[in-house]
Design a protein around this ligand. Structure first.
Ligand code: CUA
Length: 326
């Protein structure tokens, strides 16, 4: 089969590369409508220009000849576009039905939209932020919803969009929406939030990482500290990236959604309550497990809890990493 029918074509001027089973029929219909529009535009504008020249008024006393209409011509110019529209509907409807009905054997991943990042929860307990790892040539069903990071900071509407897969679906609070895809090509593809959801909307960028089946199984193994190859602080740095902390916390002093984390260890931190605390191990641990307990002055109470999402070893690693940041 030619590659554009497998969903493996490269990007074109109008569309990103194809990387799912939906892409070929989606793109075929896009280009069908595109070329019909081009032909209709040239045909109409060309005829109009030609007639404007050919039948222009040639003398001051020339009058328009009477026109009774032409039933056959009117039937033809109604019926042909009508049939084209019905054809477009039929092809689009078929693709829509395919997209709406996930195969029964699809692998399931919970996708949660927060303000402002994506969390992917796998059935085995693995949790990834802004990264959706999936095996190639396998149907994947996403069960999606939007959750609040804190009771006083309610959940908002997002939209999960993977252009290379030609799939997009709204992600709502208090409700589950489902979408599915089957990736056809190993690689990394953008995830965008396609619904303006607030100040951090443009930061809700992630990656779908499509890997071979054996690499997927490897990636799903719980991540632990490998004492042979890295220090605890290095393990913490890795966890800092994997858990998505980098979306909201800088380590160079720049202000993101949350406070920067360099130079805070054993220093005094001012809180919104007016008090201040010393950022010791217990404070850092509490801020990971119960982020709303002590909010740093000047920042929104928008961090979700990581209780149950990080192992004790990962938390130890994060604390060690933060201690190493000067
Ligand atoms: Cu989430 Cu826009």
């Amino acid at each position: 089969m030619p590659s554009h029918l497998l969903g493996n074509s490269a990007a074109t001027f109008w569309l990103p590369e194809q990387a799912s089973t939906f892409a070929p029929s989606h793109d075929w219909l896009f280009y069908f409508i595109y070329w019909v529009s081009v032909i209709a535009f040239i045909g109409l504008m060309g005829t109009m220009t030609l007639f404007a020249i050919k039948y222009r008024r040639k003398s001051a006393d020339q009058r328009t000849s009477p026109n009774e209409g032409n039933t056959m011509l009117e039937l033809v110019w109604s019926a042909i576009p009508g049939l084209v529209f019905v054809f477009i509907f039929a092809v689009g409807f078929k693709t829509y039905i395919d997209m709406a009905a996930p195969p029964a054997n699809a692998m399931e991943v919970r996708v949660v939209g927060y303000k402002w990042f994506w969390e992917m929860r796998y059935p085995n307990g693995t949790t990834l932020n802004n990264t959706l790892i999936v095996p190639v040539d396998t149907p994947v069903r996403l069960v999606m919803s939007s959750e609040a990071t804190a009771p006083e900071d309610p959940a908002v509407l997002h939209s999960f969009f993977v252009p290379a897969f030609r799939t997009k679906r709204d992600v709502l609070p208090y409700r589950y929406t489902v979408m599915w895809f089957e990736a056809t090509k190993v690689g990394e593809y953008d995830i965008f939030c396609a619904e303006y959801c607030g100040a951090g909307h443009s930061k809700m960028i992630g990656k779908v990482v499509v890997v071979p089946q054996d690499e997927f199984e490897e990636a799903m193994k719980p991540d632990g500290w490998d004492e042979e190859t890295e220090t605890l602080a290095e393990f913490g740095q890795r966890t800092f990236g994997d858990a998505g902390c980098t979306a909201c916390h800088s380590t160079d002093g720049s202000k993101l959604v949350g406070p920067p984390l360099n130079g805070i260890y054993n220093h005094s931190v001012s809180l919104t309550s007016g008090e201040s605390v010393t950022a010791d191990e217990n404070y850092i641990r509490e801020s990971i497990m119960d982020p709303q307990a002590k909010i740093v002055a000047g920042y929104p109470p928008s961090m979700p809890t990581y209780a149950g999402r990080l192992t004790d070893q990962q938390i130890d690693g994060l604390i060690e990493f933060i201690k190493s940041l000067q």
